[in-house]
Write a protein that binds this ligand. Structure first.
Ligand SMILES: Cc1cc2nc3c(=O)[nH]c(=O)nc-3n(C[C@H](O)[C@H](O)[C@H](O)COP(=O)(O)O)c2cc1C
Ligand code: FES
Length: 631
């Protein structure tokens, strides 16, 4: 169907809203659930419903139509495959193919909830159960603006997007708003870029709008290089039309006719769904020449990136789209003035753009009713680490870390103690127990030395070594440094070496001082955001967990029992039979002994390789962790 004007679109949306089946089975088609067998569950539902058609009367079936739909990620990936039964909103977790029969028989036919498949938590010795998705603690405090359609619609269906007011914002913009009015509304809403920096979106659009140029470009940044982050992927996979609509509105506002979505090639499902969304929107007259019969034309091309973290940085991303090596360039000039092929270009993150249609439809005031004064709206997070409910969440800005970790995340796994959260990915920082009541918004996080980043949030428990965490992230940024500027290329390498010395138990306090000084130089002198933020995990862990560095350096103790160098191997004289097998396999010959006398390990030479432990037939080798005051 081609929409020639706004009325045609609005009529179709109204029709679809009425005709969409209310009774549906939604099977999560996010990658997490697909990996756990969601496809098989989906196929079985399809098969079972078709079989039922044989035994039920046709009229009954049509009247009672249950249509299984494969959706985008529903969020609680940890407990996948997820299945939701509408209209009741019953949520089933860890659904296996053999559960399908029971769901069909009990829930679809009799309306009875299959209790063993619903969300449950052990509280004060008894199990509490929550059958409805809206009541499940993981979902209760969430507010879904960006993820409004993820898990609710079939992302490959334009009709389903339309049935949820899809493209009505675009229709409103191109028929009744001037570009300045659009920018005014976005500015009023206070929307800030969700890609990490938090720059006001309206202001960025205004910069590009006022520049005179024969051509302008709109770019969507779907690179998402942070380890563990998958928020943007979920939106691109679960609701690709919202990105296309948001980009088209942005294109209208700044005066662009062409747009690029830069998405990493490791996201093949996102690429496929975006391509389909673009084709379907174009075929419906919602993209391409004379959108909805107006004089506005805008089209989108997908560019697949090779998956380098630095390519998410906007100037490197521009170079990559132009076919050059993805290396950053100094700013200014900013892309809004001189971007892709030297033309004014706006680059926005996926999540930022997915917010745009909702703001246009419901208004700036509505958007401001969520979040805080300086950070309105919501933020998506990929909750990961030692938490019970890992997955994708969207929460109002200003929610505290405690609410996110304990109420939504369900607390720490295996009843261990909370230690820290790493927020903002490799460019972010570690926050501690004292920050549990810190509101999550751009300014509060910055004040504590961390950043929002694009929304990776990793929860660490008492068994995590904080120095090892800093080393892990430094290893990542050092690997991903493009090498163009010396402070980042050499500085991150130097910092990694120093951190390695700490975890290897070879560092002195001078090394720690040098680490801190180098971090300051790398932060100040690097060319792009990668280098400028790479020291954050080190600086925040030094600020909040200095004692742990000191333990490693002065006492050779790893309080979390993680760093292998802080382990010691001993020979239990009671168990040793003086067979000499341990001494023969020791690669550094640090075990000595003689017949009938228990063997001993020279601790000063031992490299903790564990060969003796493996070789001893009498379990005489004992492993122990060094403690403070250890001789
Ligand atoms: C090393 C590095 C990696 C980045 N990766 C991303 C990314 O994957 N996605 C993203 O949207 N922004 C990323 N950014 C931020 C972008 O440069 C840019 O600020 C953002 O796309 C602007 O969009 P926004 O205003 O909507 O946030 C990265 C920045 C740096 C320095
Ligand atoms: S993939 Fe199914 S809940 Fe995330």
């Amino acid at each position: 169907m081609v929409f020639k004007d706004r009325l045609g679109l609005e009529t179709r949306v109204a029709e679809l809203k009425k005709s969409m089946p209310k009774k549906r089975i939604l099977v999560c088609g996010g990658l997490g659930c697909l990996a756990k067998g969601a496809q098989q569950v989906f196929d079985l539902f399809v098969e079972r419903l078709e079989t039922e058609r044989l035994s039920w009367t046709v009229e009954k079936i049509e009247e009672d139509l249950h249509r299984p739909v494969k959706t985008g990620c529903m969020g609680l990936c940890e407990a996948g495959p997820l299945v939701m039964i509408e209209p009741q909103g019953i949520l089933y977790l860890r659904v296996q193919p053999e559960d399908v029969e029971e769901i069909v028989e009990e829930t679809l036919k009799k309306g009875i909830v299959v209790e063993r498949l619903v969300y449950q938590e052990e509280k004060n010795g008894h199990k509490e159960k929550w059958p409805l998705m809206k009541d499940v603690p993981f979902y209760r405090k969430q507010v879904k603006i960006v993820l409004r359609n993820c898990g609710r619609i079939n992302p490959e269906s334009l009709d389903e997007y339309l049935s949820r007011d899809g493209y009505l914002a675009l229709a409103k913009v191109v028929t009744e708003m001037s570009p300045d009015e659009v920018i005014g509304e976005i500015t009023k809403s206070g929307l800030r870029g969700r890609g990490g920096g938090g720059f006001p979106t309206g202001r960025k659009w205004q910069f590009a709008r006022v520049v005179k140029a024969d051509k302008k470009y709109m770019v969507c940044n779907g690179d998402e290089g942070d380890p563990g982050a998958f928020m943007d992927r979920s939106v691109m996979e679960g609701d690709p039309h919202s990105v296309v609509e948001g980009m088209t509105i942005a294109g209208y506002a700044i005066g662009a006719q062409e747009g690029y979505i830069y998405v990493r090639a490791e996201y093949p499902l996102a690429v496929r769904r975006l391509k389909k969304a673009i084709e379907d929107a174009r075929a419906a007259g919602l993209l391409g020449q004379n959108i909805l019969g107006t004089s506005f034309s805008f089209d989108i091309v997908i560019r697949e990136g090779a998956g380098a973290f630095v390519c998410g940085e906007e100037t490197a991303l521009i170079a990559s789209i132009e076919g050059k090596r993805g290396m950053p360039n100094p700013r200014p000039p900013y892309p809004a003035n001189k971007g892709l092929w030297g033309k004014p270009t706006v680059i926005n993150n996926v999540e930022t753009l997915a917010n745009v249609p909702a703001i246009i439809l419901h208004g700036a005031e509505w958007f401001r009713s969520f979040g805080t004064l300086t950070s309105p709206g919501t933020k998506t997070f990929a909750l990961a680490g030692k938490i019970k409910n890992t997955g994708l969440v969207e929460v109002p800005m200003g929610i505290t870390i405690r609410e996110l970790v304990f109420d939504i995340g369900g607390g720490i796994q295996n009843d261990r103690a909370f230690k820290a959260v790493q927020v903002g990915g490799p460019s972010g920082g570690c926050l501690t127990e004292t920050h549990l009541d810190l509101p999550i918004d751009y300014d509060s996080l910055c004040g504590a030395g961390a950043i929002m980043g694009s929304g990776g949030l990793i929860v660490l428990d008492e068994d995590t070594c904080i120095v090892e965490v800093a080393r892990f992230f430094m290893n990542f940024t050092q690997n991903e440094s493009c090498g163009k500027c010396v402070p980042c290329r050499e500085g991150t390498k130097h910092m990694l070496n120093l951190l390695q010395r700490v975890v290897d138990g070879k560092a002195s306090m001078e090394d720690v001082e040098l680490l801190e000084k180098t971090a300051a130089v790398v932060k100040d002198a690097s060319l792009c955001g990668l280098g400028k933020t790479a020291p954050n995990p080190v600086l925040t862990t030094l600020r909040y967990f200095r004692d742990e560095y000191v333990d490693h350096v002065l006492h050779r103790v790893c309080p979390a029992h993680v760093c292998q160098a802080m382990k010691e191997y001993f020979i239990d004289p009671e168990k040793c039979r003086s067979c000499g097998k341990c001494a023969r396999v020791c690669p550094v010959s640090c075990i000595s002994g003689r017949p009938k006398v228990p063997y001993v390990i020279d601790q000063s030479q031992c490299i903790k390789c564990g060969s003796c432990f493996e070789a001893c037939p009498f379990d005489a080798i004992v492993i122990s962790w060094r403690r403070k005051n250890h001789e």
